[in-house]
Design a protein around this ligand. Structure first.
Ligand code: GH3
Ligand code: MG
Ligand code: MG
Ligand code: MG
Length: 298
């Protein structure tokens, strides 16, 4: 969440929107929608940090909108608080069943609403932080294996719509065990960070992602990238690492730290397992190692 958190108020009555907006506008960026349909369009265009939702509205009611938000891949985690005139326990239970995080009845008590909104915005921020942390490698700051396992299938699915190219790179540092043995693990960690920085710098397009697969192995996901372009990225990455000129006296092939990179490229098709990219890149990486290291293959 950057800047002021965005609150989307959904209510068919303008006086309710004005009243709730006035309570929150000092601390939040307030947006509003007059119907469920309008709210769904708005939220998809610019996801809010929290939704305040009326239940009784013509057309799509609040329960239905809440369910739709919870089914949306991007919006599912946005907290929804019902603000409603319906006060019966069964109405409230329906609200929670639809996926709401809280339920406030009208007439609104301004200070109570402020407190509840503040708590839920803060909890959402902490959940987002934890989710980021869970997907980040602590040593290099790159995405980790967990992020790879989430991103690769979702990218493959997205690209399958147009049968687009997906390229996948698997990078492995050469003779890294010997590097640790002679220079020690702290220097080994510095080396991993330096290689990670080169990988990050090589991710030129907005959807390119470099990740730490584990140990001294890294992966890159390059959407809409054909085989020659992927090999080009890999080759330039290999050269950039070599040009760091990190001394490695125990490498059998170079005075410096080098890497080998296996490349897998294919057009995405619905139902094709993304494992194919991993096993292919692995096989190509093995070829690089077998035939000398410090090279790329695809
Ligand atoms: P090859 O050229 O065939 O890839 O040989 P290699 O020595 O690089 O491969 P091997 O798999 O035998 O060794 C990988 C080494 O990476 C062993 C392990 O100590 C080291 N390593 C894995 N994770 C870390 C880490 O987080 N920090 C440091 N310093 N070393 C690590
Ligand atoms: Mg209403
Ligand atoms: Mg390895
Ligand atoms: Mg290695």
């Amino acid at each position: 969440m950057m800047g002021r958190p965005v609150i989307l108020i959904v209510d068919d009555e303008i006086s309710n929107i004005e009243m709730i907006g006035a309570v929150l506008e000092d601390s939040y960026e307030v947006r509003f929608a007059r119907s469920g349909e309008e709210a769904l369009l708005q939220a998809r265009a610019t996801p809010p940090d929290l939704v305040l939702l009326d239940i009784v509205m013509p057309g799509m009611d609040g329960y239905e909108l809440c369910r739709r938000l919870k089914q949306d891949e991007v919006l599912a985690d946005v907290p929804v608080i019902f603000t409603t005139g319906l006060f019966k326990p069964e109405d409230e239970v329906r609200g929670f069943e639809a996926g709401a995080i809280d339920y406030v009845t009208k007439p609104i008590q301004p200070l109570v609403l402020q407190s509840r909104v503040r708590n839920h915005v803060e909890l959402k921020r902490m959940r987002d932080q934890l989710a980021d942390l869970a997907m980040t490698d602590a040593l290099t700051g790159l995405g980790n294996r967990r992020l790879l396992e989430k991103l690769l299938p979702s990218e493959a699915r997205r690209l399958a719509r147009d049968g687009d190219w997906l390229s996948y790179l698997m990078l492995d540092i050469d003779f890294f065990k010997q590097f640790n043995d002679i220079y020690g693990h702290p220097k080994g960690d510095d080396c991993l960070r330096a290689v990670a920085d080169q990988i990050r710098a090589a991710m030129r397009r907005s959807n390119d992602v470099g990740l730490r697969y584990g140990g001294e192995e890294f992966a890159c996901i390059l959407p809409k990238t054909d085989p020659p372009s992927a090999l080009h990225v890999a080759e330039s990455m290999r050269r950039q690492v070599e040009e760091l000129a990190i001394p490695h006296s125990r490498s059998k092939i170079s005075p410096f730290v080098t890497v080998s990179i296996g490349v897998a490229s294919g057009r995405c098709i619905h139902g094709l397992s993304e494992e194919l990219w991993i096993t292919t890149a692995d096989a190509m990486l093995y070829e690089c190692k077998r035939t000398g290291r410090n090279q790329t293959a695809g």
